[in-house]
Each structure stands twice: as structure tokens, then as C-alpha cells.
Design a protein around this ligand. Structure first.
Ligand code: NI
Ligand code: MN
Length: 230
């Protein structure tokens, strides 16, 4: 296994596969108050979107246009980009997967909303289940409640890394995220979608301690700009 992952704050990540850079839910400075970089500093070969909310799609079109990266998202969001003249958008939908240059990506069930920033229907929200070419399995739950469907991922062999929201209020909080880590068979967890604004303030270290003591699963608490190496 060899991949690494930089947290840019909130739910924005760059996943480095060794060959490709995948940006998840691009939301950079200045709109993201805790981001480490501006959208203009980000690099991407692929841009993966979990849902249509502004704190996940804000910088997607600009990043795709500047870098030539392919956006991968649900069909409704793809249609929205197409109507704006954004090319290189690959539509998937929940339960469906496809082979890309970096490996296989499947959209999973997430319980949340997905309205786009201008009020357009953004379809249903999703999680991202990624199998890199070297066999590494990574699950980005996206914005979601705890759902029993996460057990399907665990029953299929689990994942090397689960990236889970812990902010509460809009998504799972730390308590439910601990159950989610067990359900999806996570070997390692990185929490996100917290400490962006006061309303989703959480204790990341406390979450990591509780995950370790209750289920013996390790978590890495990143600061924006920090990189995790698998
Ligand atoms: Ni959301
Ligand atoms: Mn969000």
C-alpha cells in the first residue's frame, strides 16, 4: 500500500496515489475559513464530488478548468456542470462504479441533501468507495448520517482507510462516527467536516481516543495542510 492524503480543512482532501492526484470536494480559501491553500494553488488529475452543497463543490469548476482534471460526480451534478460549459465530467450514480486511470470508484449510499448552490436539484448525496490499482481501499463517507448500509462495506472486506465526518449538526457526530468506523470495517480513520465553523466544533483527539479504546481502531488527526502516509 502506498498512498497519501492531505487534509485541506473541512471535507476537502488531496489523495495522492503515486501516479495521480485526486481532489475530493474542493472547497478552498477564501470561502473555506480553515483551508491551507487557495483554489489556485491546488493540483488535480481527478476531482471527486460527494454531493452538491456549496461547501463541497465551490471550487470544482474552476479547478477543473485550470488543471484539465476530470470531475466525477452523480448524474444530476454532471448535468449542472455541462449546462455551465464545464467539460470532462464523468457521471456515476449510487451503487454504480467504474474503472478510471487511478483505480475503481463506486458511489455508495449517504443520507443527507445535495441541492446545488443555485438551488438546482443535485440528485442524491453519495459516499466514495475507492479501490486503487495497488489494492488499497479507501472510503470517503461524504456528508451523511450513520447508516446501517455502511455494514455492506465492512461485509465486503472493510477498508484500509475510512474518512468520516464527525462535526455533528449537519452530519454524524463523533459518537455515531465511531459506530460507522466499526460498520465499514475501517483499519484506520481520518475524521473531517469539523472545526470549520463554531457550529461543528469537535474534539478530534477525544474522538481518536474513544475509537481506540472502544474498537481498537487507530485514527490520525490532521491539521489543515498536514499529510497522512499509509
Ligand atoms: Ni452537505
Ligand atoms: Mn458539508
Amino acid at each position: 500500500m502506498s498512498f497519501s492524503l492531505t487534509w485541506h480543512g473541512h471535507a476537502t482532501f488531496t489523495l495522492y496515489t503515486g501516479e495521480h492526484k485526486l481532489v475530493i470536494d474542493p472547497f478552498f480559501k477564501p470561502n473555506n475559513p480553515v483551508a491551507d491553500i487557495d483554489a489556485g494553488q491546488a493540483e488535480a488529475d481527478f476531482i471527486l464530488l460527494t454531493h452538491g452543497h456549496g461547501d463541497h463543490v465551490a471550487d470544482a469548476a474552476g479547478l477543473a478548468e485550470r488543471t484539465g482534471a476530470t470531475i466525477i460526480c452523480n448524474f444530476e451534478i454532471q448535468q449542472w456542470f455541462e449546462a455551465q460549459g464545464v467539460e470532462n465530467v464523468h457521471p456515476l450514480h449510487i451503487g454504480g462504479g467504474n474503472n478510471f486511470d487511478f483505480g475503481h470508484l463506486k458511489l455508495t449510499i449517504a443520507h443527507h441533501g445535495s441541492m446545488l448552490p443555485d438551488g438546482t436539484n443535485g440528485g442524491n448525496p453519495a459516499g466514495l468507495l475507492i479501490a486503487l490499482k495497488d489494492g488499497s481501499r479507501i472510503y470517503f463517507a461524504g456528508d451523511t448520517a450513520l447508516t446501517y448500509d455502511m455494514k455492506l462495506i465492512g461485509e465486503a472486506g472493510g477498508v484500509d482507510l475510512a474518512v468520516l465526518p464527525i462535526g455533528d449538526n449537519f452530519t454524524m457526530g463523533p459518537h455515531d462516527a465511531i459506530t460507522a468506523a466499526r460498520f465499514c470495517g475501517a483499519h484506520h480513520v481520518i475524521p473531517c467536516h469539523y472545526n470549520t465553523w463554531p457550529i461543528i466544533e469537535q474534539d478530534g483527539a477525544g474522538f481518536a481516543d474513544k475509537l481506540k479504546t472502544t474498537h481498537d481502531i487507530d485514527a490520525t488527526i490532521l491539521a489543515p495542510g498536514q499529510r497522512y502516509y499509509s
